[in-house]
Ligand binder design. Structure first.
Ligand SMILES: NC(=O)c1ccc[n+]([C@@H]2O[C@H](COP(=O)([O-])OP(=O)(O)OC[C@H]3O[C@@H](n4cnc5c(N)ncnc54)[C@H](O)[C@@H]3O)[C@@H](O)[C@H]2O)c1
Length: 275
């Protein structure tokens, strides 16, 4: 059989927020390889366009649109314009998120708390709300929200991030219930460690609190992963693509951990020196 006839997402219109790099880029490539027409919605406009052009060069249908998911009005008009052009939205992957400056709760600044919540939780809510309305109307669709193993098992020193990701799980399960009658499925994926720009920043800060080198930190994480290796964007992308595929048509409100078996990052920091 012709391979092209066999692609599970043929003809579907998909949006991947934060698709310009890292996990979002891996997810974009996977969904497009599975036949979807993918729109990368990212605040890094130039990078998103460059990556979209590269994927087009590989014969995939990908384009880029500038979007800051923390801007409620911009999110609403982005999806309104998309549905006006494409007539539907079949898949939304809420992937954009931001890490937190490593700090104990007792030293966590208001501004950092709000910055992380705005991108990692509220932005996903804006996108879910806008697309939920469209999918409810078309009585079909699939949403996958990217949480984290931190959303299930919190790691020390990144409370705002843990809480935002726990919120993503609750958002997912609530929306799954509300949209089930319309045939819309909503699931979450909890990735384990993948060495993206996001994780490089986090590792660089976290190792300082533990007094070890970056290499030691990377190795410490690796040995804590039951399958014995860091994840790759493709590992996460394949979990996401499965949830979007017809093979998952009776799965909703589910939380899929894709982490090499890792349940959480356990590194208890020592006492901080008194000022
Ligand atoms: N890398 C990991 O180990 C890991 C583990 C668990 C969960 N996650 C989650 O996976 C997702 C992707 O992580 P990553 O490692 O690829 O991160 P990354 O920082 O490498 O990429 C994030 C992308 O999101 C975009 N983005 C950030 N804020 C945005 C906004 N306001 N509007 C639109 N786009 C925005 C960025 O421009 C970037 O392209 C995040 O939600 C992250 O929390 C990552």
């Amino acid at each position: 059989m012709n391979q092209l006839e066999n692609r599970p997402l043929d003809g579907q219109i998909a949006v991947v927020t934060g698709g310009a790099q890292g996990l979002g880029l891996g997810i974009t490539r996977q969904l497009a390889s599975d036949g979807a027409s993918v729109v990368i919605a990212d605040r890094q406009e130039d990078k998103a366009r460059e990556e979209a052009a590269k994927l087009q060069g590989e014969g995939l249908t990908v384009r880029a649109v500038a979007l800051d998911i923390t801007d409620s009005a911009a999110v609403t008009s982005f999806f309104a314009e998309l549905v006006a052009e494409e007539e539907r939205v079949d898949i939304l992957i809420n992937n954009a998120g931001t890490g937190q400056q490593v700090a104990p709760i007792v030293e966590l600044e208001d501004a950092e708390w709000h910055r992380v919540m705005d991108v990692t939780l509220t932005g996903a809510f804006y996108c879910c709300r806008a697309v939920g309305r469209i999918m409810e109307e078309q009585e079909a669709g699939c949403i996958v929200n990217i949480s984290s193993i931190n959303g299930q098992n919190p790691a020390a020193l990144v409370a705002a991030y843990n809480i935002a990701k726990a919120g993503i799980i609750s958002l997912t399960r609530t929306l799954a219930l509300e949209l089930a009658a319309y045939g819309v499925r909503v699931n979450a994926v909890c990735p384990g460690p993948v060495y993206t720009e996001f994780n490089q920043r986090n590792m660089a800060q976290r190792r300082v609190t533990l007094g070890i080198s970056e290499e030691e930190m990377i190795e410490r994480i690796r040995t804590a992963i039951p399958l014995g290796r860091w994840g790759e964007p493709e590992d996460i992308a394949q979990g996401v693509a499965f949830l979007c595929s017809p093979a998952a048509s009776w799965i909703t409100g589910e939380v899929l951990r894709v982490s090499g078996g890792m349940e959480g990052v356990s590194a208890t920091p020592p006492k901080r020196p008194r000022q």
